[in-house]
Design a binder for this molecule. Sequence first.
Ligand code: UDX
Length: 461
Amino acid sequence: MSVEAHRELKKNQDLRITVMGLGHVGLPMALGLAELGWPTIGADEDSKKVASLSSGKSPFYEPGLQDLLSRHLNNGRFIPTDDLEGAIRASNVMFVCVGTPQRSNGEADLSQVESVARKIGRNLDGYKLIVEKSTVPVITARWIKKTVQRYAKVPVLTGPEGEDSGNAELEFDVASNPEFLQEGQALQNFFHPDRIVCGVESERAWEILEEIYRPLQCPVLRTDLNTAELIKHTANAFLATKISFINMVADLCEKVDADVTQVVEGIGRDPRIGPHFLSPGIGFGGYCLPKDVRAFVHMAETCGVDFSLLKEVERVNQQRVARFLSKVRNALWVLNGKVIGVLGAAFKPNTDDIREAPSLRIVEGLLAEGASLQLYDPNAMPGVRNVFPPENYPIRYCSSPYEVAEGAHAVLVLTEWEEFRGLDLLRLREAMDVPVLVDGRNVYRPEAVRAAGFEYISIGR
Ligand code: UDX
C-alpha cells in the first residue's frame, strides 16, 4: 500500500495518539508518528520545554529532529501541550515515554510512570490503550494496570479476560512496546527499525499497534507484557556486556602487543558474534546503558537471581576512566601545569548529551591533577560549560579543534565525532607545543598519525 493510500485509510480510523514525555525517546517518537501520518499530541509537564517546542525550537540536538518539528508544527500534525490531563482525555492511544531515573541503589524510580498512570485512571472516559515505552523493570505494566483501575472513577474492564463489571466503554489495555532508539540516530532507528516488540494482552491492543506501525514494514514480535519488558533490559545489558568484554580484550592486547581492531575483525566475521558494539574505548556512558545495567541487576536481585556477570560489566566500565587517565599520565609524566586539549565531550557522536559521559570524569581527573584544559565539542559545549563554568575552572572553551591544539602538551580524543576523523593532522601538530595524541576512541589509523609526526597512544593497539 502506498503511503498516501495508507494515510487515507487512517483518516477513517479513530486513533487519537498522545506521546507523554517529550525527552530523547518521546520527542523523536511523536514526530516520527506525525511523519507517518498520525496526528499526534506531545504532552510534557515541563511548560518551558513545551513553549520552546511550540515556538519551533527543539530542546536538544538530534539529527533531523528540528526539520520534522518545523514541518509538523506547521501542518498541525504535532501539537505540543503541557496539559497532560487534557491530552489524556483527547486521546485513546497513549505512549508513555516519561523518565525512569535511578535511585541511589540502582533501582529504577518509577514515580513519573506512576503519576501518568494515576492521571490516566482519573481521566478514563472510554477505551484507551496505554503503551509503555520507557525502559522499566518487569511487571511495571501490571502496576500501571492496577493503578489505572484504582484511580478510574468507575469500575472498568481490563483486557480480554476482564470480568463483567459493567461499563465496556471504559475498557482499557496496557501494552509494552519498548524503544530501541539510539541517541544521535533516533529518527533513523524510528523509520528503519530492525524489529518492533509489542507485548500485549488483547487482540484489540495488538491490532492498534500493528496498524500504527504498519508503514514501517519491519518484523513485529508479539509477546506477553513481561517478556516485552524483559527484552528491553536484556538488550541493553547484553550491549553493555559486549563493550566491557572488548575493553578487557583491548587491555590484554596492550600487554601482548596485539591489535584489538584486528581481533574484532577476526571474531566479528563469525555470524554468531557479529562486528557491532565491539569498539573499545573509555567506556559506555549516556542516560540508558549505565542506568539500565544497574536497574537490571537490582531487578534480578529482587527476584532472587544474582546477576553477578552484570556487576562485573559495570565494574569494568567504571575502571575505564582511571585506565585512560593513567595512559595520559604515562605519556606526559606530570600533569600539573600542563595544557591539555580535549576533543569531544558528548557521551557519543551526533548528540549534545553529556549524561554519564565518561569524558566528564576524565575532565574532572585532569583538573584534579592541576592541568588546564582547552575543550571543543561540535554540540555538547553548552552542557559542559554548565558543569565546568570557565569562571571556576581552568578550561578554555574553543571554537575549533585547531584552537584546542594551540600550545597544548597533548590532545585527547574523547568522542569519535566524524569532524575529528577528517582533521588536518599536520596543522594540528604544528599548533601544539608537544605532539602527543591520546585517542580514547581509536579514531585514527596509527600509521597515519605517526606519519604526521605524533606520538600516538590509542586503545588496545
Ligand atoms: C542505548 C541502546 O543502544 C539503545 O538501543 C537504547 O534504546 C538506549 O540505550 P544510546 O544510549 O543512545 O542507546 O547509546 P549507544 O549507542 O548504545 O552507546 C552507549 C555508550 O556505549 C556510548 O557511550 C558509546 O560511546 C559506548 N559504546 C558503544 C562503546 O564504548 N563501544 C561500542 O562498541 C559501542
